[in-house]
Design a protein around this ligand. Structure first.
Ligand code: FES
Length: 105
């Protein structure tokens, strides 16, 4: 399955992903510019991504913890999510995300 990620420079990357991996782990392993400081514990907001409009409703609903973390991101928008809280599955094959400026290292 694949994940399409637009980096902070506007370049689109097609990343091969594995079922059960967090989107953040895929992005990090392909060495794009993501800080992901807390390692996926929903405790930092430096894995912040914007979700392409057509995919927003296909993701699992946002939890209160994730929402609280996103409140701390300076550039949060309605389509913001933490990429460490997105679990890859067949249903998300082709998911399109954009790295937020605040996710940069
Ligand atoms: S890596 Fe820290 S909240 Fe996602």
């Amino acid at each position: 399955m694949y994940l399409f990620v637009t980096d902070q420079d506007g370049k689109v990357h097609e990343l091969e992903a594995l079922e059960g991996w967090r989107a953040m782990e895929v992005i990090r392993d392909w060495e794009l510019n993501i800080k992901a400081e807390c390692g996926g514990a929903c405790a930092c907001a430096t894995c912040h991504v914007f979700v392409d409009a057509e995919w927003v409703d296909k993701l699992a609903p946002i939890t209160a913890e994730e929402e609280a973390m996103l409140d701390m991101a300076v550039d949060a928008q309605d389509n913001s999510r933490l990429s460490c809280q997105i679990l890859m599955s067949d249903a998300l094959d082709g998911l399109k995300l954009t790295l937020a400026p605040s996710a940069a290292k």
